[in-house]
Design a protein around this ligand. Structure first.
Ligand code: ZN
Length: 394
């Protein structure tokens, strides 16, 4: 049964005239999205204004799931759940709902469009679902190095990639790794926006960028709390980056995420942000860049389209394509210090042993783990542009 058919079947038990219709329909939508492991649920108003067009994002890909009656009432119900202003439909709004069953949160955001409000529900990993470093499927060499880096008592480990590339999942897994019984007990503190999952034994704080308790002020205060390991949800500006580097140079292991396409790009972007090369050279331990690629389902060679596992999508689950740029490599460190361009940093990192994530992805297409089409979807034209010579070899 496709998702569309399943949703239709569930909704067919409801009566649109029922005063509880919107409440029940929203319950059905949220429950189905979570059971099908969707990361996001989109609800778009259509021209009729009486219906919404729902989409689920599963394994990074949007999937339409039909049409649902009761447009405005359904969006209103979501707004009630997230304590948003139901009478305001002309401004974007954002709120959170704490899921009852798990410790995790659901974020609901609305946006005005010509046909009415659009709503997007983002589901977070949930405390039961986040995994250990060893469960994330990094190549052995990268996993080994990550474990070694996590044993260090200072330095910064940055995880890069676009939204949905598994950066936060990696940070949570790293923290979980640090908490294993065999590890030395360390004081672990986080600053996050939002707190996606509760990790027992870790002091997690929710920062709000627009308030006094933002990343910068939070970090300054946190330093007085005697932390060994600090996780900063995201570096968004120079102020945060500078304090993060100071922390990493003063005996704290710092873990954070950063929006950059590749590991070498991250070096360039930090420099553009105004971070001094000497800070980067001494504070930065490594940059992990990654993407998630859908894995081929075992049914992909058969002609049948009704595979129960992948529901005819031919893909099932995802695999990580990653690259780890280490600044300890003398030449890479020197290039950073000399403010060399991104391409030079990239070439030197390769020379010192970094296997680029594009190359890792290409190898996975050869091994039949994923496809070239999936690489195109995830990396865009960048993939074929950089891999063209190697692709023609195989
Ligand atoms: Zn299948």
């Amino acid at each position: 049964m496709t998702l569309h058919e399943e949703l239709d079947r569930l909704l067919s038990t409801l009566n649109v005239g029922d005063e509880k219709y919107a409440v029940k329909a929203v319950d059905i939508l949220l429950d189905l999205a979570q059971r099908r492991l969707a990361s996001d649920l989109h609800l778009l108003p259509d021209e009729s204004r009486t219906h919404l067009v729902p989409y689920f994002r599963i394994d990074g890909v949007l999937e339409p799931v039909g049409r649902i009656a009761g447009g405005v009432n359904i969006v209103s119900r979501l707004k009630v759940l997230a304590s948003l202003l139901t009478y305001r439909t002309d401004i974007p709004q954002e709120g959170r709902v704490k899921a009852e069953s798990t410790e995790s949160e659901v974020r609901i955001s609305t946006f005005p469009t010509p046909h009415g409000e659009k709503a997007v529900v983002r589901f977070f990993v949930g405390s039961g679902d986040y995994r250990l470093l060893a469960d994330l499927g990094y190549p052995e060499d990268i996993e080994q190095r990550l474990q070694e880096i996590l044993q260090q008592t200072s330095g910064l480990l940055l995880t890069c990639g676009p939204s949905g590339a598994g950066k936060t999942t990696m940070l949570y897994a790293a923290i979980r790794h640090l908490q294993q019984p065999s590890s030395i007990l360390r004081s672990i503190c986080t600053l996050e926006d939002p707190v996606e999952a509760i990790i027992p034994g870790v002091s997690q704080s929710l920062v709000k960028p627009e308030t006094e308790f933002n990343y910068e002020r939070g970090l300054v205060s946190l330093m007085r709390q005697d932390p060994d390991v600090i996780m900063v949800g995201e570096i968004r500006n120079r102020e945060t980056a500078e304090i993060v580097f100071q922390a990493s140079l003063t005996g704290h292991l710092v873990l954070s995420t950063f929006h950059a396409g590749t590991a070498a790009d991250a070096v360039g972007r930090l420099a553009d942000m105004g971070i001094e090369p000497y800070l980067m050279r001494s504070g930065l331990t490594a940059i992990l860049a990654q993407r998630l690629l859908r894995k081929l389902c075992s049914c992909h060679l058969s002609k049948e389209s009704d595979c129960e596992k992948c529901r005819g999508r031919k893909y099932l689950g995802r695999v990580v394509a990653a690259e780890l740029l280490e600044t300890e490599a003398t030449e890479v460190g020197k290039a950073i210090l000399d403010r060399r361009d991104v391409q030079t940093v990239y070439e030197l990192a390769k020379k010192s042993g970094m296997v680029p994530m594009l190359e890792r992805a290409r190898r996975m297409t050869v091994e039949g783990v994923t496809t070239l089409e999936e690489c195109d979807r995830v990396f865009g034209p960048y993939f074929r542009k950089n891999m063209s010579s190697k692709l023609s070899e195989t």
